[in-house]
Design a protein around this ligand. Sequence first.
Ligand code: GLU
Ligand code: ZN
Length: 476
Amino acid sequence: MEIKTRFAPSPTGYLHVGGARTALYSWLYARHNNGKFVLRIEDTDRERSTQPAIDAIIESMKWTGLNWDEGPYYQTKRFDRYNQVIDELLEKGLAYKCYCTKERMDEVREEQQRQGLKPRYDGHCRDEDPSKHSPDEPYCIRFKNPTSGKVGFEDQIRGYIEFDNAELDDLVIRRTDGTPTYNFCVVIDDWDMGITHVIRGEDHINNTPRQINIYKALGAPVPVFAHVSMILGDDGTKLSKRHGAVSVMQYRDDGYLPEALINYLVRLGWGHGNQEIFTMEEMIEYFSLEGISKSASAFNTEKLLWVNSQYMKTLPPERVAEELQWHMDNQKIDVSNGPALTDLVIAQRERCKTLKEMAEVSRYFYEEYSEYEPKAAKKWFKANSAEALERSLANLKNVTDWNDIESLETAFKSVAEDMQVGLGKVGMPLRLAVTGCGVSPEMGITMKLVGRERSIARIEKTIAYLKANASAEPTA
Ligand code: GLU
Ligand code: ZN
């Protein structure tokens, strides 16, 4: 039998990292078993479903690399099918028309509350003869849930879970306005789409017995269920916006690599020994439902940052550059005029934890800076800085191969020796001159990437600045 899983988000907002993790587990399970992965948009709630939310889900799935083999299916396009099955259930006497008015239902509920009972439908119309109602009288359709016995399932994460049928009332499967309801659509979809394993959030455990009873009434195979625990914030409550970023695309915006986010999410609630970093191939190979933890996991941004920096350092620079390009565009840095992004990645990846940060600290490779970083300038621009720069410049102009990092390094290091000053007194003014910043990769590589012409022009400009400044207000 071919394994088939699905991710079935309701498009009412951005894709939450919790949803992404559920999608990832479903995806991995399908990939591990050479099965299929289906994307289904559960948009039956027309009030709350939006096109931007659908777009955000699809964008998030694409960015994280969770590719689907079928879909996206849309529940709103399948109403005819749901209604056809409902009609069949009616014909077979497995569902019935309920003519109860809102007033009657309110009375029943009040009476139940008075008696301290759980509010539920009392089965009033279950065995009633519908012919006594006029054709234009409004009704909804309810599923005939078994009234006795138990309904249970072997949850692949949590073990056997069982409910008393007496606890479940007769679910509305078609509303008075003719629209099918959520719990019914899910069953028909999973049946029609041949889903063998339903991996979803634990908030759906209570829907499962109702859904199983519908499968049974239809004579449809009941899929295997696995309910994943939730993700908590650092304070032990359910992860939400209060804890910081929760949307997948926000993590892209914040400078994370999708590979890192996926690796972090797979470990958040699943393990294979103590291994922390997995290639995608390893994740697929090792993934199992038994490895998923029953307890809730706490989201830890520090650890995610660590995973991200690991990936920045170890992925092929070409791959990191692809993602970096997005951040350069986002920060409006035109990279056509400067070093190749792969070279930039190699120069910066040890010192940056995110791609957003990498873009932020790399602007000077592509554009002129507008001021010297004030703190660094105050600390390093001294009376002898102009001389240090003039001497360095003279040496640099003699470097025949600007790609020869050694020669670029020697050109200013020898000045420190000649002037008998510490290396910082030459290197730091030079760094400020070439980058405008107090921090950059080593000066040899920095000057190489900034380029000969640009480096020389910036040093000349800084010498002029220092001289003008020295005559105005001398620094000692
Ligand atoms: N649409 C449901 C949700 O977003 C998921 C339903 C399911 O996985 O069965 O919570
Ligand atoms: Zn009724």
